[in-house]
Write a protein that binds this ligand. Structure first.
Ligand code: NAP
Length: 345
């Protein structure tokens, strides 16, 4: 059994919102934890993350590939190396994207969310998750039903808290109103956010941004894909490396690597280096500059990537001059994969 170095936990800054305490940087297991990656490599990465003080592991029913594989891997760890440490960990999962065939294998019906959570708990080999998320807004299921299923999960003890992911500012406000009616506390929102994807800063129909809606409701914000799936690094500046997410046919689309996007990436890289940072460290510091962001979810594939990302927490805060210089290149370049699937609905 592995013995995480618990004394290191305080070394990683924590942020606390509405009863949820999270490390400033958390680990996501969307990619890199499927059948194409040896379990031993996955194990090494997760245990290293935990040793470094990352006690929040983010999952979903569909992570792998294939769907369920990432939860199975974490289940093996929770039953093995991490068996004595379940209560120190924040393990989250979600349902809403395709987990199994047929109309109940995705979206937000009560039947789907209940079945998916039971299956996730089985794979994770635990009796509860710390947050259960509706992974996306479902336009054809009433919010009362989707949120009612989350409330059931909390009431039955299968989830410690409920969250939503990639809901727009307007849908989040609606969800909060419904949640209040049914006695559910929505503890956390998980949106995409990075230097190249700033949708959560844009005002919705009532003039409020998603960040403002969450802040006013006391919801934690856990930002995902803070490195733009790897675009916010030097990896794509001279072509497509063979071991990259693009080369592997992953969800980072090659058509997003436009000359315009790469011009911004190159400029951001130069700015980072001019201030003694690296681009991933700049990108993470930039997301965390906003105190309304509770944690950033990085998706490291290697120990070196993870250590580089954690080094962002040792850098000095971004200066006003740096922030102003970054602003010219912190622009949306059309990489919000989750827009048409949820946040634009
Ligand atoms: P990301 O951190 O933006 O991208 C991770 C990828 O960037 C890695 O696989 C690696 O790509 C590259 N990378 C990471 N650190 C690097 C470094 N220091 N230097 C160079 N390249 C580096 O995050 P993500 O994987 O897209 O998403 C993170 C997590 O967010 C997911 O695991 C999941 O938990 C969550 N998420 C949630 C949703 C949702 O709908 N709620 C959607 C997506 C993600 P290579 O593999 O190419 O080396």
């Amino acid at each position: 059994m592995h013995a995480p170095d618990l004394d290191r936990h305080p070394a990683l800054p924590h942020r606390r919102v509405g009863g949820l305490t999270l490390p400033a940087i958390s680990l996501g297991l969307w990619q890199n934890f499927g059948h194409a990656t040896a379990f031993e490599d996955q194990r090494r990465l997760v245990l290293h993350a935990v040793d470094r003080g990352i006690f929040h592991l983010d999952l979903a029913n569909n992570y792998g590939p294939p769907p369920g594989a990432a939860e199975e891997s974490v289940g093996r760890l929770l039953a093995g190396d991490l068996r004595a440490h379940r209560d120190e960990l924040v393990v989250t999962t979600k349902a809403g994207y395709r987990g199994w065939p047929g109309p109940y294998g995705e979206f937000g019906s009560r039947k789907s969310l209940r079945a998916s959570l039971d299956a996730s708990l089985g794979r994770l080999r635990t009796d509860h998750v710390d947050v259960y998320y509706s992974h996306r807004f479902d336009p054809s299921t009433p919010l009362e039903e989707t949120l009612g299923a989350l409330a059931d999960a909390v009431r039955t003890g299968k989830a410690r808290a409920a969250g939503i992911s990639s809901y727009s500012a307007a849908r989040t406000a609606q969800a909060l109103a419904v949640a209040e009616q049914i006695g559910l506390r929505l503890a956390v929102h998980q949106p995409s956010y990075s230097l190249l994807n700033r949708w959560i800063e844009r005002p919705g129909p009532d003039g409020r941004t998603l960040l403002e809606v969450c802040d006013q409701a006391g919801m934690a914000v856990v930002a995902f894909s803070p490195l733009g799936q790897g675009m916010l690094s030097r990896r794509y500046l001279d072509g497509v490396p063979g071991d990259s997410r693009v080369a592997r046919g992953g969800p980072l689309r090659p058509e997003w690597l436009t000359p315009e996007a790469l011009t911004h990436v190159r400029a951001l890289d130069e700015l980072a280096r001019a201030h003694g940072r690296t681009l991933p460290r700049l990108a993470l510091a930039w997301v965390l500059r906003d105190p309304r962001v509770t944690s950033v979810l990085v998706g490291a594939r290697t120990l070196d990537q993870l250590d580089e990302n954690l080094a962002a927490l040792d850098d000095p805060p971004l200066t006003p001059e740096e922030l102003a210089a970054v602003e010219a290149h912190a622009v949306d370049v059309g990489i919000n994969l989750w827009g048409s699937r949820s946040s634009d609905l």
